[in-house]
Design a protein around this ligand. Structure first.
Ligand code: NA7
Length: 544
């Protein structure tokens, strides 16, 4: 084991083998493995006052997982898998947060987590091959390895609207929701953003508020979730078959246990296409995307059959034809932005107290003391909800102020878009590992599947280094360049680059547009990672 030192205070500097940043799904599992399997000295640093990451911060009304509970969970502990009971098909945010708290208690993780502590800088010291960290609580840490478990969607984005601070009502970002909740009773609420979050929040806020005005820039293709309680019989069947379910997730493209379709949309008649889409629409959730036809992401004509089916559904559900037309997306292929899953989203627009405003036609000009002004009207509001998303994939990582070899800032290194080897390491930043970093399947996959694979790969790597008396590992330039090219090539074979999505960094003004996640599929990616190890960590340079 590398530096299996006891935790030590040297001149006010705490020494660790592994420093982990973030206590969400990734950080908790990383901690469990580093501390209890590798038996190394480690500490998690977490900005919040509790565990949960995404599920700690995103407490907005209607927040729930779009993946089904039984596979949106850890697989590393059979006991955990068997003892935890999910209440419904799609767990709500409090239930997932409860699950992660249970994990923290069950594995006694809290004692190794420093809460309400944000890492403010991380600098690599070449002389010692260690990372020097500082925190906003004044702590100084020296760690041999730095593991980022900061999440892909954790740095919230509030647009820089003129006058934003002049608003005299209440305003909230969905990604930093007050723990005590918000009462919308009797309020005129404005909701900006119709991504997955706005789509989940709309029906719930509409049911409480006096009036809800939704400000939409880009309409989305949303598929009904069809949430329902998980019956005792189904729960027992899942538990009896967990090994098989998990293996299917690991081998699949998207980390889901669904049977992928091998059929091309173009090989089906229009009637057959409609039958397939209708069946999956009724089943609900991501099956529509993953189990309908295999060419939806590669062939525009095939994609349009799915897109047109959803548009027809919107026109069928939404009674006002003008509103239905506004809600029907035409500017990007289906699935090229993260496909939302909803509960009564389109139906909300049939309520008398919900209005949809097109802010692509007439953009938001400013936030005023009493509401919001667009290019053609003013809206009086008591509350504004920003469901405006995140600086995805790189935002939280870059906020940490990471400096590698020769003082190089990661922010500068990635000014033209993130570059990494396998989404795990970056040239010039030795001993830094990024769980679900850009260049890995990450957000295109059911996240716990991607997270567990990364945690296990990183821990195996750290163990290997220790066993071989090595103290430093770094991606090589040639291997990184080849991987980045492969990531781009795979993306270019799909329709993904046609959308202005957060996958492309297009939601953040000034952010370089490159497709960030790896689209080659979880199964293929796992094989590549295993091959790298089998070839003696091919593409990585290691030193004593
Ligand atoms: P998203 O998917 O990034 O959605 C943000 C929404 O906010 C989207 O509709 C944006 O429109 C809209 N937005 C952002 N900036 C503006 C401005 N300046 N004016 C008007 N509208 C704006 O974030 P979510 O939180 O919904 O979901 C993030 C992920 O969390 C989700 O994909 C799941 O993986 C879980 P745009 O589409 O950019 O035109």
């Amino acid at each position: 084991m590398p530096n299996s030192s006891a935790v030590a205070e040297l001149g006010g500097v705490r020494t660790l083998d592994v420093a982990i940043v973030g206590a969400g799904f990734s950080g908790l599992y990383m901690l469990q493995r580093v501390r209890d399997v590798l038996h190394l000295e480690t500490q998690v640093f977490e900005a919040g006052d509790g565990v949960g990451g995404t599920w700690y911060w995103n407490r907005y009304p209607g927040a729930r997982c779009d993946s089904e509970s039984y596979y949106y969970s850890y697989s590393f502990s059979r006991e955990l898998e068997q003892e935890w009971n999910w209440s419904s098909r799609y767990p709500e945010q409090p239930e997932i947060l409860g699950y992660l708290n249970h994990v923290a208690d069950r594995f006694d993780l809290r004692r190794s987590i420093r809460f309400e502590t944000r890492v403010t800088s991380a600098t690599f010291d070449e002389a010692s091959n260690r990372w020097n960290l500082t925190t906003d609580t004044g702590e100084r840490i020296s760690a041999q390895f730095l593991v980022s478990a900061v999440g892909c969607l954790s740095s919230s984005n509030t647009p820089d609207f003129p006058g934003i601070d002049s608003f005299e009502g209440e305003c909230y970002h969905t990604g930093a929701w007050p723990h005590e909740g918000v009462d919308f009773t009797g309020k005129r609420v404005g909701l900006i953003g119709t991504g997955s979050t706005g789509i989940q929040a709309t029906p719930v806020i509409a049911a409480q508020a006096q009036h809800l005005t939704v400000f939409q820039r880009t309409p989305n293709y949303s598929i009904p979730a069809r949430n329902e309680p998980l019956s005792a019989e189904l729960a027992a069947e899942i538990k009896a078959n967990y090994d098989e379910i998990r293996q299917k997730c690991r081998d699949s493209d998207f980390g889901f246990p669904y049977v992928p379709s091998e059929r091309l949309a173009g090989d089906a008649t229009p009637e057959e296409q409609r039958r397939v889409y209708e069946e999956l629409w009724q089943l609900g959730g991501f099956r529509f995307f993953m189990s309908s036809f295999s060419d939806l992401l590669t062939d525009e004509a095939a994609n349009d059959t799915a897109a047109e089916f959803v548009r027809a559904k919107i026109r069928e559900i939404v009674k006002d034809p003008a509103t239905a037309e506004l809600l029907a997306p035409t500017d990007h292929p289906y699935g090229t932005k993260r496909p939302p899953i909803d509960t009564s989203y389109y139906e909300s627009y049939n309520r008398d107290n919900v209005t949809l405003i097109d802010v692509r036609k007439a953009a938001i000009v400013e936030i005023t003391a009493g509401g919001l002004r667009t290019e053609d009207a003013e809206y009086a509001l008591d509350t504004i909800v920003y469901a405006t998303g995140f600086d995805a994939m790189t935002g939280a990582l870059l906020k940490m102020n990471i400096r590698g070899v020769d003082g190089m800032r990661l922010a500068d290194k990635w000014a033209d878009g993130p570059r990494s080897l396998l989404g795990l390491q970056v040239v010039g930043f030795p001993n830094l590992f990024t769980i679900t970093g850009p260049g890995s399947p990450s957000v295109l996959v059911n996240m716990p599947v991607a997270i567990e694979q990364h945690v296990e790969w990183i821990c195996d790597c750290i163990e290997y280094l220790g066993r071989n008396g090595l103290s430093r590992i770094e991606a090589t330039e040639a291997a990184q360049n080849a991987w980045v090219q492969h990531v781009f090539d795979e993306a270019d074979e799909t329709l993904f680059p046609l959308a202005n999505s957060w996958y492309m960094g297009a939601n953040i003004p000034g952010k370089t547009r490159v497709f960030m996640p790896y689209v080659g599929g979880m199964g293929q990616y796992r094989d590549r990672c295993a091959e790298v190890v089998a070839n003696g960590y091919e593409g990585f340079a290691m030193q004593n």
